[in-house]
Design a protein around this ligand. Structure first.
Ligand code: AMP
Length: 458
């Protein structure tokens, strides 16, 4: 007999509590207002799980294959981390960061991207002492207070891969290969847009030349580009306004400003892509928004058959100076991040969503039960079976045997175990082969071993 403990009354129940500083006013707590998620933020429902899980599994498998270890960094960081690494004059830092003061008065920020955090972690944990290269991957939410529109959210997910300590072009190519493989797994054809923005000096000389060229045409530029002239001239090449296109097309190209070493590095990356048969397009206007890139920069686009898609699925590049810039030892590095929401959305466009299945194995045996006692016995047996590595299906919500067996049938589960009142009494269970309909009665203690034998798992 189970003893039920007496309920001890909390002395404070019913007493009026003093309001706590900073707490919501009572009126707000009592209001029956229905809340919505914040603009640009969304819930991910169970019906979406198969897409998220598949993406995660594909990334995880590739990470394992290419020997990247999983890293997780906090979502909240010191705001200065991103200002310094991404740089002022970029949209992310100037307009899109979720910055606020916490209760200690510290300026903190919801991460807009994770490379800066991973670099911080690399330095904090002295990872330059690890055997090089240090290869890590992450998966998580990012936050940018951008204007929400199709494929652009304020909270979104990225999967990212970072390689520290390897300056060889093979490391750049490896990341591109991983991105390419992820989309191959999903059945989405992609192409890589690629460019080199050289080292700091080469870029500096190019920037001066670009400024010179654009300044002479200032009157014909859109307002954003006029601002970019003083804030971030390289971003002039990102402009999508029609009036700026003819000017952009005639603009000097960075490739002509690259020195021998940068050119050689870039050519080697392209040779790898040729060897791997990864389709790519040389795009001289590709600079990527962030300050920290050096040499190779790339973006991944779905091949639409109607020209280049509007938005990239992901992108990345080399950032050989960032670790040092952030206070670490000089360490070459290369990384990339892919947007999950956009990838899933494109994936759905390219595939029959009905044919996409969960990447996990379906249940191998289904437990059907009839009656209260059978249900509690079933719960015990399926828990033991789960521990022994069997994938077990059940549904305690449905009471009729017919509807439970229908479920097993719909999910193509090969065997069902049936437990009713009688079986509970005499310690037996019925095992049903779902395909032939043949049933046999076995001892409850032997259910697990009989099922394993039938599944060739014994
Ligand atoms: P970025 O480093 O900014 O180029 O971002 C890499 C990828 O993350 C993009 O190609 C998108 O797939 C995804 N991404 C970036 N910003 C957003 C956003 N606001 N909403 C959804 N996905 C985004």
């Amino acid at each position: 007999m189970v003893k039920i403990k007496k309920f001890v009354k909390d002395k404070n129940i019913g007493k009026e509590k003093k309001p706590v500083a900073g707490a919501l006013p009572a009126s707000a707590v009592k209001s029956k207002k229905a809340y919505n998620s914040l603009r640009g933020m969304h819930d991910i429902l169970p019906r979406e799980e198969k897409y998220w899980k598949t993406c995660f599994h594909s990334a995880e498998n590739l990470a394992e294959h290419f020997q990247f270890g999983r890293i997780e960094t906090p979502i909240l960081e010191e705001a200065g981390l991103f200002v310094r690494s991404i740089g002022r004059g970029t949209d992310v830092v100037d307009k899109e960061m979720y910055i606020f003061e916490d209760n200690d008065g510290d300026k903190v920020c919801l991460r807009p991207e994770a490379t800066a955090s991973v670099v911080r972690a690399f330095i904090n944990h002295g990872m330059f002492n690890y055997p090089q290269p240090v290869k890590v991957w992450y998966w998580g939410q990012m936050f940018r207070h951008d204007r929400p529109q199709a494929g652009r959210y304020r909270q979104f997910h990225q999967v990212g891969f970072e390689n520290f300590g390897d300056k060889d072009p093979a490391a750049d190519a490896e990341l591109i290969l991983i991105a390419y493989n992820i989309y191959k797994d999903l059945g989405v054809p992609v192409e890589i847009h690629i460019n080199s923005i050289g080292n700091l000096e080469e870029r500096g000389r190019y920037r001066a030349e670009l400024l010179n060229y654009y300044r002479g045409r200032r009157a014909y530029l859109c307002d954003d580009c006029k601002a970019r002239l003083s804030k971030n001239p390289l971003r002039l090449l990102d402009c999508k306004e029609t009036q700026c296109q003819p000017i952009k097309e005639e603009a000097p190209q960075i490739i002509d400003w690259l020195g021998e070493e940068s050119k050689k590095h870039f050519m080697r990356v392209l040779e790898y892509l040729d060897e791997l048969a990864i389709p790519y397009i040389l795009r001289s206007s590709l600079v990527r928004g962030l300050d920290y890139y050096t040499n190779t920069v790339f973006e991944v686009y779905p091949i639409t058959g109607e020209g280049t898609a509007q938005s990239a699925l992901g992108g990345g590049g080399r950032y050989d100076l960032l670790v040092e810039e952030m206070g670490g030892r000089p360490t070459p590095a290369v990384g990339m991040a892919l947007g999950i929401e956009r990838s899933i959305s494109v994936w759905k466009q390219y595939n029959d969503t009905n044919k996409i299945e969960m990447p996990v194995k379906r249940a191998e045996v289904f437990f059907a039960q009839l009656g209260e006692q059978a249900r509690s016995r079933t719960m015990k047996i399926i828990n033991d079976m789960r521990k022994s590595g069997l994938k077990v299906g059940f549904n305690f919500f449905k009471n009729s045997l017919k509807s439970q067996l229908e479920l097993a049938n719909n999910h193509k589960i090969p065997f069902a175990v049936i437990l009713g009142q009688k079986e509970v009494q005499d310690g037996t269970a019925i095992i049903r082969d779902m395909e032939s309909g043949v049933q046999e009665i076995v001892d409850q203690k032997k259910v697990e071993s009989v099922i394993k034998k039938k599944l060739n798992k014994a």
